[in-house]
Design a binder for this molecule. Structure first.
Ligand SMILES: Nc1ncnc2c1ncn2[C@@H]1O[C@H](COP(=O)(O)OP(=O)(O)O)[C@@H](O)[C@H]1O
Ligand SMILES: N[C@@H](CC(=O)OP(=O)(O)O)C(=O)O
Length: 816
């Protein structure tokens, strides 16, 4: 025989009750006559509680009562045959009148005792269960409504009564024996004390009722029917990627639920555990899904942790002072006091020096805790053996849980890395000695981000989500969006990475959507729904959204975004940029960016600063980190200059070849911007810095390839005219090179910490001799690559390859 418990969400509407009845019927057909335990309709317990509070302050509650009545009556009208409705209406009206009388009394007395509150709350379960037993009764003639208050006996701790298991089990068995042929519809949550006064088992306690019945009747299984697919790796409302766990142990379920996984009430585990009865969590709205089994010998799983749960709103109290060092009785005194005062302590941590204790409680208990502690330790406080307790609110507990933790090293490292990398400050840590859980206290504002970041860190087989903010919608930005869109599925399937573009900005507009912007229509969305662009508001928004694994991609060539880099890194957001300005201005700025990224544990990738998508920056970095020593670097890092010299052969004049390069779109509007070598110099400066030389722009010695008259020309036209006039100058160079079987190349060199760029003639033994198109080339001579330098060569410009380089950098964020 099974116990089937349906939670508030499963009895909350006509639709869910219909599904519930089908599930009950199916069970009755297969295993036979289950015992059904029901909660109040969703929200009803909260509403009753709020009505009682209101009444105790003299407020009105009639409207809410009417609402409650209507919710129940609407279900009856829909699901019960008209001929059967009247007696049920009558009975429910009696119950609602009783609630009204009770609340009138509370209102008159302006007093709401825990005892009265329990009585008021009990009507939720009594109404729902009575109603559903009658609805089920029209198909079956053996249904019977059972008020669990008659069978579950407790002490008088109203609000969270302690069950007398022995007596309760006898009463349940006895009742069951007498009603064996009946299908029992039992109220969850409610019980009674010795005097027959209604008590409750604590919020969420209907699960506990189910376990108590399961234990008393030696059920084969306790099924908890709810609105999610079982116990999941995290609360699916907070972590979209949470998935359901096929199996977990009682301890794991207990730890997860203690730390907030509301899907099951922690005490439920005890009676089931004692009798080794499996608890299965199932989804009323997806009855064919197998759900999660909580059981005794659960199969060992590959997962290092089973789940992450959290308690939303907690306060902590920190007590410090010499008075507690070595005093064995101190914590005993403190925690007995809190227990006596019924203050629930969620988590405790004590420093190893025993100089301080921090513990977490519900904020509603904070004032009381302060009062009783100050009273109890008055003498110690006066004698300054204790400091005044410090209270902090607005915090949350995040806990990772799993039995495998014991065997798996590095779990806490992973947890703290995920939190640290996302800028989440840990206020206190507690690890149970059983090593089934590690709990951390963090700011409440960081909870959502923390849960998602930690979930991504532990469940690596799942797609890791990168939240991307993109600035710049020019050629590179546009191409990047297209590439991300085209490659999305592949990345998800093969690399387990999900890229979600959550913010787009250009000089006109900016738009954000934390659920991800549809990249098919980003332009229309940005134009129609975007707000006016404001870079500082863009950065503020990135920070305020507080999303995990954030990346800021700067696809501009503007100075403005650079001013925000430091602030962005400091907010624990990684930066990927093709904008060279940041790294090629002052060395101190370059260093500041690198250091800030490192101290905040985020990435700073700028592969496309040099040679577009070619792996140059990465190669240099790999050489350096693996202990190689760079002896020299030679490079041609300007696509324009490369094109010009690669094609300056035969009869063509230098003037014509520059023109041609301009016509093909390789050059800047004023070709001198390329030919003067400034852009080339910036790239070389970045490489020199990455190679460990703190150079400034003026340290790079550039020998201009242009005669002075060309440089001095006032306009582009004048420049071309001068270039034509100087034809002989270039012709001579070419001829001289040809005579020596060499070619002209404009090459940068870094050697002994000195960087130069000049025009050279190289023969066919030089790796730069055979170059075509607008290729970039770089050769690294290092300790390991001494005889034959390592060469990287290929197209070093163009929107496609640059965007691809940015894309690769984005994908690499967080990879190490
Ligand atoms: N780890 C988790 N796995 C599944 N659900 C969770 C978890 N943590 C929190 N929840 C929440 O618990 C809810 C179910 O609990 P509850 O609302 O009390 O249901 P019921 O009304 O069925 O008793 C789910 O809707 C889900 O949002
Ligand atoms: N109705 C009670 C008891 C309960 O267990 O409800 P649910 O199954 O909806 O969590 C409450 O809200 O606390």
């Amino acid at each position: 025989m099974k116990i089937l418990k349906f939670g508030g969400t499963s009895v909350g509407s006509v639709e869910s009750i219909s599904k519930l009845l089908q599930i009950v019927e199916r069970e009755d057909q297969s295993t036979g006559n289950p015992v059904i335990v029901l909660s109040a309709m969703s929200g009803v317990t909260n509403l009753l509680s709020a009505m009682a509070d209101k009444a105790s302050q003299g407020g009105t509650f009639q409207d809410e009562l009417k609402q409650l009545e209507e919710r129940h009556f609407d279900v009856i009208k829909e699901l019960l045959a008209v001929s059967r409705q009247n007696p049920v209406f009558t009975q429910l009206r009696i119950l609602f009148n009783e609630i009204e009388d009770l609340l009138q009394g509370v209102s008159m007395l302006r007093e709401l005792t825990p005892r009265t509150r329990d009585l008021v709350l009990s009507y939720g379960e009594r109404c729902s269960t009575f109603m559903i037993s009658k609805i089920a009764g029209q198909e079956k003639d053996n249904t019977i409504f059972v008020n669990a208050a008659d069978l579950v006996k407790t002490d008088s701790s109203f609000g969270q009564a302690k069950v007398n298991m022995e007596l309760t089990e006898i009463l349940i068995r006895d009742y069951y024996e007498k009603n064996k042929s009946k299908m029992l519809f039992v109220t969850g949550f409610i019980a009674s004390n010795d005097e027959g006064r209604i008590t409750t088992l604590g919020r969420g306690g209907s699960d506990y009722t189910a376990a108590i019945f399961g234990s008393a009747l030696n059920a084969s299984e306790i099924e908890i029917w709810t609105d999610v697919n079982g116990m999941m790796t995290a609360d699916p409302r907070m972590v979209k990627k949470a998935f359901s766990l096929p199996e977990l142990s009682y301890t794991e379920a207990m730890e997860l639920s203690f730390f907030g996984a509301k899907v099951i009430y922690p005490p439920t585990m005890i009676p089931a555990f004692m009798k080794k009865i499996p608890i299965v969590i199932r989804n009323t709205f997806e009855p064919d899904f197998i759900g999660s089994v909580i059981k005794h010998n659960c199969d060992s799983s590959d997962l290092a942790i089973k789940g992450i749960s959290s308690i939303n709103d907690i306060s902590i109290i920190n007590i410090e002072g010499s008075g507690m060092v070595g005093k064995a009785g101190f914590s005993g005194r403190l925690f007995s006091l809190l227990a006596r005062e019924q203050i629930n302590v969620i988590l405790i941590t004590q420093s190893s020096s025993e100089h301080s204790i921090t513990f977490a409680i519900h904020p509603t208990d904070a004032a009381k805790a302060q009062r009783v502690i100050e009273h109890e330790f008055e003498l110690e406080l006066l004698a300054k053996k204790l400091e005044a307790p410090i209270f902090e609110k607005g915090l949350a507990v995040l806990a990772i849980v799993g039995e495998n933790m014991k065997q798996t090293p590095g779990i806490s490292g992973k947890l703290f890395h995920a939190l640290g990398r996302n800028g989440i400050n840990v206020r206190a840590i507690a690890q149970g000695s059983s090593e089934y859980n590690i709990s951390v206290i963090i700011s409440h504002d960081d909870l959502n981000k923390g849960l998602n970041a930690v979930h991504d860190a532990f469940f690596v087989d799942l797609n890791k989500t990168l939240n991307l903010f993109c600035l710049g919608t020019g050629n590179i930005g546009k191409t990047l969006f297209r590439q991300v869109q085209e490659h999305r599925q592949f990345l998800q399937e093969h690399n387990g990475i999900q890229i979600r573009v959550v913010g787009i900005g250009n000089t006109r507009k900016m738009y954000f959507d934390p659920d991800g912007i549809d990249l098919e229509n980003w332009e229309t969305t940005l134009d129609s729904a975007g707000q006016t662009a404001d870079l500082s508001a863009f950065v503020e928004k990135m920070k305020n959204l507080n999303l995990p694994n954030c990346v800021f991609a700067d696809n501009t060539a503007s100075l403005k975004p650079i001013e925000f880099y430091h602030e962005i890194f400091s907010s624990n957001i990684s930066i990927v940029t093709c904008n060279k300005i940041g790294n090629s201005s002052s060395y101190s700025q370059y260093k500041l960016f690198k250091d800030t990224a490192r101290t905040h544990g985020v990435d700073y990738f700028y592969e496309t600063n040099v040679g577009a998508g070619l792996p140059i920056v990465r190669t240099l970095k790999d050489l350096m980190v693996s202990g190689d020593r760079v002896l020299s670097i030679e490079a041609i890092l300007s696509g324009t200059i490369s094109y010009i010299f690669n094609n300056y052969k035969g009869d063509v004049t230098f003037h014509d070849i520059v023109k041609q390069a301009q016509e093909k779109g390789y050059t800047e509007p004023d070709p001198r911007d390329d030919l003067k070598g400034t852009d080339f110099m910036r790239k070389m400066l970045i490489l020199a810095r990455d190679a460990g030389y703190p150079l400034e722009a003026e340290d790079v010695h550039i020998e201009s390839m242009l005669p002075q008259s060309c440089i001095d020309a006032q306009s582009v036209d004048e420049f071309y005219a001068e270039l034509k006039k100087e034809g002989a100058f270039f012709e001579n160079l070419k001829k001289q090179a040809q005579a020596e079987r060499k070619v002209l190349r404009y090459i940068a060199k870094l050697e002994d910490g000195k960087a130069t760029i000049n025009l050279q003639m190289v023969d066919d033994t030089h790796p730069f001799y055979a170059l075509s198109g607008s290729d970039n080339i770089i050769s690294f001579t290092t300790d390991r690559y001494k005889e034959r330098p390592m060469v990287v060569k290929g197209p070093g410009a163009g929107a496609d390859v640059t965007a691809a380089g940015v894309f690769a950098d984005i994908v690499n964020v967080g990879a190490q």
